[in-house]
Write a protein that binds this ligand. Sequence first.
Ligand code: 4AD
Ligand code: MG
Length: 477
Amino acid sequence: MQKTSITDLLQSEKTGIDVSVKGWVRTFRANRFIALNDGSTINNIQCVIDFENTNEAILKRITTGSAISIHGILEESQGRGQSVEIKVSKIEILGDSNPEEYPIQPKKHSFEFLRENAHLRVRTNTFGAVMRVRSALSFAVHKYFTENGFYNLHTPIITGSDAEGAGEMFRVSTLDPINPPKNEEGKVDYSKDFFGKETNLTVSGQLEAETYAMALGKVYTFGPTFRAENSNTTRHLAEFWMIEPEVAFNDLDANMDLAEDFIQNIIEYVLDICKDDLAFLNDRFVKEESQKPSLQRSEWTLLEKLQFVLDNSFKRVSYTEAFDILRNSKPNKKKKFEYVLDKWGADLQSEHERYLVEKHFKCPVILFDYPANIKAFYMRLNEDGKTVRAMDVLFPGIGEIVGGSQREERLDVLKEKIKALDIDEKELWWYIDTRRFGTAVHSGFGLGFERLVQFVTGMNNIRDVIPFPRTPDNAEF
Ligand code: 4AD
Ligand code: MG
């Protein structure tokens, strides 16, 4: 008999049929009721055994975490909480799980404990739900771009350039770390390294994506990115996934329109596809919030927050306007911010971003036209000579979720900026070439995938929305 998934069985309109399922035991009570889960849905199927006719040795081996195979008849359930259950005729233990040693017991575990058991935590309801939603979001990204005429582009993971100019890169090298070859100046001679030059893991696929947008028109990347920034926060990972669309002939306004439409579209998709998981995560979120002090508590449920993002356009505000709001805000005047804002040109911290979104505008915000000196070299300089056509999308509870810009398409201005920032022009010869041959207005942005998953699932810590998080001092698994 063919094995059926639990999600199909729970939706089955027929009863009285022979069925076969395989999965892992969540709980076993009264020597009679097995709650079985196979990952196809957050819901378990109840399997009822006739214990008088079941071998005692087998009964003992039905423990939380064990893998079993069940044959039986699908029946209308007698008990509450489920519409169907399986009356077991045959049970087979596929893999034992010693209850004395299995860490994931049917009780509430702390997220810290579960992070230490990241290889098993997906067997809990919360992590199962988060990872199914993550998978659906990933599919929604590809679906959106494909349906809107974009080409998916695989940009290199090993590169020689630092796209963001922040110098937060992981080196890739095959040189002997103890005794590397040295040049005449006594420095490590990277010309002897594998690629004949210094290389690192990419911090962004943008520069390569720009060259492809100049031929394919609309492209996007969706790949891993790496940043060696020593930020131990709930929003930073050393390895994360980024989605980067790049569009020829789009100016900054069109770029903002794209970001907004894209985010709304993929959230709408998962609201439809992941109903059970999101209902579970919504309950979890509400419970968690109710334990916070009232001032920190979210006024909304998770589902209300998601619906709000769908129903409302994002507020667009220039950096200068936002800066004035922040400078004159209560927490700034009372020095409640960790970084008190004083002079125009200062970079905004997450506390400022969240004030704008959560307290002032109470909706997602797109900030644009940032001071040139706090943004990367490739952003288009405005006529005022001080600001660039940058945009950041800020979300409640998250802060920055998207960073993007209209790109500097003018060869002379781009070269000036590269020089001013002391970047080696020779390293970027291929990037500069796009401005020499058929240059055009173009724009793009980067969406941090894990920050999006955080927002959609209501998880507080970014380490809990990626299977195996990489953070400072942590690369287990
Ligand atoms: O703002 P960022 O640095 O922008 C870029 O890398 C541009 N090249 C994107 C582009 O225009 N094509 O990063 C983009 C987004 C951020 O808004 C944030 O959501 C996420 O990537 N991000 C991180 N997510 C998790 N951990 C980190 N350490 C992150 N750094 C950035
Ligand atoms: Mg940014």
